[in-house]
Structure formats: C-alpha cells, structure tokens
Write a protein that binds this ligand. Structure first.
Ligand SMILES: Nc1ncnc2c1ncn2[C@@H]1O[C@H](COP(=O)(O)OS(=O)(=O)O)[C@@H](OP(=O)(O)O)[C@H]1O
Length: 353
C-alpha cells in the first residue's frame, strides 16, 4: 500500500520534506531543553534567570534596585557586553575604591574579590595595594593610591582588597578620610579554622606549626596569647575600632566557610549590600569536585576558572585537647563579636578545623 502511495515523484518529494521538517523540529526542541533544563556547566551561557539589569544607582538607594522575578527566560538573552552599559560621552579614569575588602587574611578574601570581579559593574585593583597598612605605601599619599587603580566609568565600582587592613590601627580613620561612604567588606572564619589555615603554611615537621602553644612555668601546655595569628582572630577587638569611624550598616561581615559552601547566596548578599545590579547567580559558579571548591564562570566564557593551588590547602590535624583549648580561648571573643555584630556564626568545635 505504501509503495502505491509513493509511486508518484510528487508524493516522494512531500515525504522527504516532511522527514526533514520533523528532524529540524526534534533538533530545535533538544537545543531548547539543553538551554533551560540541564544543570551545571554544559548549559547555555545565559539560560538562568537573566533579566536586563536595572540602572545602576550611583546615589545608592537600595530600594530602587529590584531582584529579577517572574518565570524562567526560555530564549537566550543578549551577549555579555549588553550586561553593562557605560555612561554616554564619558572617558574611563582612575578612581578611589568605593568598596574595600579589609580582611581577614586566610578567610577567603581572594575568592570574594575574584567572584566580584565577574560583575560587569565592578573593576578590581590588580593586586593587594597595602596602602593603609604599610608605611612605605602610606607615605606615598592618597594620589599615589588612586594612580594604582584600574580605569573605570563612573557607574562602575572599583574594589581593592588587602587582607590586613582590618587590624591595622590606621585603616578605619584613613579610609574614612578617603571617603566616608566607602563600603567595607569583611570576610571572617571560625578563628580556629583560620589559625589552622595559617599553620598549614608551615612545613609539616616545623616547630612553628605549634607556635600558638607554649608551656607555663609549671610545665602545663597553654595557649600563647600574644601570638599574632591568634590576635587576628580576636575579631571583636578590630570591629570595635572600625565602629568608631563607620556605622555597622556600612560594614558587611560574611563567614568565609559560607562563602566556600554557598557562594551564590553569599555573593548575592554582597551585591545587594553594594547596591549593584543583581547579575551574579548559579550560572557563575561551578563546583569542582576534585578540588572541593567552587570555581568561577565569568559571563564571557563557559570555562570554569579556579583559584590557585595556594588556596584550599590541607589543614594540620589537631588533637581534641588542643582543639578544646583553642575553642575555649576564642569563645569569649566570639561571643562579644556576635553581640556587637547582631548575628551569630556557627563556630563550635568540628571534625576538621
Ligand atoms: N573557591 C575557592 N577556592 C579555593 N579556596 C577558597 C575558595 N573560596 C574560599 N576559599 C578559601 O580561601 C582561603 C584563603 O583565604 P584568602 O584568600 O583570604 O588568603 S590570603 O590571606 O589572601 O592569603 C583558603 O583557605 P585554605 O583552605 O586554608 O587554603 C580557602 O579555604
């Protein structure tokens, strides 16, 4: 019967066209499915909740910036260039940072600035400037500091990070002199975990690995209170100093462990604090299982970019007695810190520190 239907040449041509049409339709549905549904890195570059960014608000009224809502976009939006629009008739120039990542070292400061660097409205200083905390740089003056900054448009935000700003006594007043509107970003971590991150830098067999311990006169093992890395983890001391110059609302404190585990939530909170258009999302992060950390996926690529091998080191293992001593040592500082901050972090003894 089929052979009788396709006997004429016209019928054969129609059958071929129908076949081709069916193939095209199948291909189209397959591609759309890939863009919208597939999790992870293989999906479309712009397949998430992307909406056109709201205008960037220089004056900084957070209420005018709305998060994207509504159904998922099914067609890919415009390319990365359209995520950012420079102001008309304006030349790029060097500007003071509008936001500073002030510390604390080993808590995830590099991850934070590199994540923020994916934001089209952000430009970052290419290195740690140590302007406020190192005398040789400080003596060069504010204009020198500005001359080290990248060129940017007025609707972009320059950000610099130096991980010891937070503890240096000069920094809060000197930053205020630069601009009282500077946004302060501060990454902290469970101070015991942070200490182990510092200790990981020491050679495994070196005595320095235990430099935070000492023996008392009567031969008891105790915490060496004046050890500098311990003092850096006494966050409340540093926060008190900053609060003499900046209101708490201008200081965003985040837990570096949360940044490792859930960078999307953390970076979106930072975006909101900085009053940047809400652009960063799951599309910008890829979990690298072998590293155990998220890597970045900037808008311009689908290739994940991970932090260097100096980040994410193996921490030394400490026995339970020493662990308890350390947690007991930090607990009062932590409690005062949480009280002053008005929020708590989960900094209780854990398996791996
Ligand atoms: N995505 C990603 N990849 C790798 N590492 C990450 C990431 N996010 C946060 N971290 C954590 O960053 C810790 C290093 O902190 P800092 O960048 O502040 O260190 S430094 O003071 O600038 O040297 C580093 O500490 P260690 O694990 O002790 O090496 C990491 O835990």
């Amino acid at each position: 019967m089929i052979s009788t239907v396709f006997t004429s040449r016209k019928s054969k041509a129609i059958a071929i066209w129908c076949g081709v049409l069916l193939l095209v339709l199948c291909f189209h549905f397959y591609v759309s499915y890939q863009r919208v549904e597939l999790p992870g890195i293989g999906r479309s570059l712009y397949g998430d909740n992307y909406r056109d960014p709201p205008p960037y608000n220089q004056a900084g009224d957070a209420k005018t910036i709305k998060r994207p809502t509504g159904p998922k976009q099914t067609t890919p939006p415009a390319g990365p260039k359209q995520l950012y629009t420079p102001p008309k008739n304006e030349e790029k120039k060097q500007r003071f940072p509008k936001a500073l990542i002030v510390g604390t070292g080993k808590c995830g400061t590099r991850a934070l600035i590199d994540y923020l660097n994916m934001h089209p409205y952000v430009t970052i200083a290419k290195r740690e400037m140590h302007f406020f905390d190192r005398d040789e740089n400080w003596s060069r003056g504010y204009n020198w500091y500005k001359s080290q900054m990248p060129r940017s448009y007025s609707n972009q935000m320059t950000i610099e990070k130096s991980p010891s700003y937070v503890e240096h006594p000069r920094t809060p007043s000197a930053v205020r002199r630069m601009s009282k509107d500077t946004y302060i970003l501060w990454v902290v971590k469970d101070p015991v975990v942070r200490l182990m991150s510092v200790m990981a830098l020491q050679d495994e067999n070196s005595n320095l690995r235990h430099a935070y311990l000492e023996y008392s006169r009567d031969g008891k093992l105790q915490i060496r209170k004046e050890y500098y890395p311990l003092w850096r983890g006494e966050y409340v001391i540093h926060l008190r100093r900053w609060l003499r110059y900046f209101p708490l609302a201008q200081i965003h404190v985040l837990d570096g462990t949360d940044l490792v585990k859930d960078p999307v939530t953390q970076i979106q909170q930072v975006e909101s604090f900085l009053q940047l258009p809400p652009l960063l999302g799951p599309r910008n992060f890829y979990f690298n299982a072998s590293k155990g950390f998220y890597c970045m996926v900037p808008f311009s690529t689908t290739t994940p970019q991970c932090l260097g091998s100096s980040k994410g080191r193996k921490h030394p293992v400490i026995n339970d007695t020493v662990k308890t001593m350390l947690y007991d040592f930090f607990r009062p500082y932590n409690e005062q810190f949480f009280k002053l901050l008005g929020k708590r972090f989960n900094w209780e003894p854990k398996e791996r520190v």
